[in-house]
Design a binder for this molecule. Structure first.
Ligand code: KIV
Length: 292
């Protein structure tokens, strides 16, 4: 059964440039399985990223470093089976694009074969050869600059990046280099809003912000953050549109209480016998069982 909206055309990579040219803000979220992909797609987002945030929000890791190609492919394949109209992108996990061009191409190609329309990778100048090779193999690439979670240890934690003049200029140059290498867009994460605005002005390709202020060409938030599915601390850059965790715990508690009180299942949730079988069962007596 198809869950696609027949009225909504499939979003493609070239649409991103068109959206920026038209001044239409791009909306992106993450998804990791069929239900999250269906919810995001039904909400009409432009792009779905199977992010390596998978490690934090679904698999219980403290950071994204343990996420492997195998894990990403498993979840990408599930999201692809939801057939979203949104552009479907896959995040290249740690070490899947750091070792060499050949390895990067093999991994990027595996994502495309699994249904992705493009890939995202983190970093600037050190990744240009990989970006060029992927683009040369018809694999569209979304760059990612600023707070790049795979660099957690090099950055000394999740900290806002590029606050001093030298780092801000280096990030601007990296954005221009990623554009020149063929990226169709750049995620800007955890950088001051004024710098993100400057990058967005400096490049022709769209920028997608997360903790990068309002002046990017679009915004991305992790599915579980924006729907409040993670208990505990909410980062400053997240706005919760639902307290999903509390609502789900309340719903699950109601179900548990109704079971304990004998209210669930009721007649509406039960299958009943036909009249003739009921009568037969009413007259049924246990037979004497023969020893085998
Ligand atoms: O992994 C992820 O979810 C991401 C987005 C937050 C951009 O990289």
């Amino acid at each position: 059964m198809s869950h696609q909206s027949p009225s909504r055309p499939q979003v493609s990579v070239p649409d991103f440039a068109r959206f920026k040219a038209q001044g239409r803000r791009i909306v992106m979220t993450t998804a990791y399985d069929v239900p999250t992909a269906r919810i995001a797609d039904a909400a009409g987002v432009d792009a779905i990223l199977v992010g390596d945030s998978l490690g934090n929000v679904c698999l219980g890791f403290d950071n994204t470093l343990p996420v492997t190609m195998e894990m990403m492919l498993h979840h990408l394949q599930a999201v692809a089976r939801a057939h979203p109209r949104a552009l479907l992108l896959a995040d290249m996990p740690y070490l899947s694009y750091h070792i060499g061009v050949e390895d990067t191409l093999r991994n990027g190609g595996a994502f495309m074969r699994a249904g992705a329309q493009g890939v995202k990778l983190e970093g600037g100048s050190p990744r240009l050869a990989m970006v060029r090779a992927l683009v040369g193999a018809e694999i569209p690439v979304l760059g990612h600059l600023g707070l790049t979670p795979q660099s957690i240890h090099a950055m000394g934690g999740y900290k806002v990046q590029a606050k001093d003049g030298h780092a801000a200029c280096a990030l601007l140059e990296d954005a221009l280099r990623l554009q020149e290498a063929g990226c169709f867009g750049i995620v800007l994460e955890g950088i001051p809003a004024e710098l993100a605005a400057k990058v967005t002005e400096a490049v022709e390709i769209p920028t997608i912000g997360i903790g990068a202020g309002p002046d990017c060409s679009g915004q991305v938030l992790v599915f579980h953050d924006l729907l409040g599915l993670m208990p505990g601390h909410t980062p400053k850059f997240v706005r919760k549109y639902l307290d999903g965790y509390t609502l789900m715990v309340e719903a699950m508690s109601s179900w548990a209480n109704e079971i304990r009180e004998g209210d669930f299942p009721g007649p509406a949730e039960s299958y009943m016998l036909p009249e003739a079988t009921r009568k037969l069962l009413n007259t049924w007596a246990p037979p004497e069982l023969q020893a085998p």
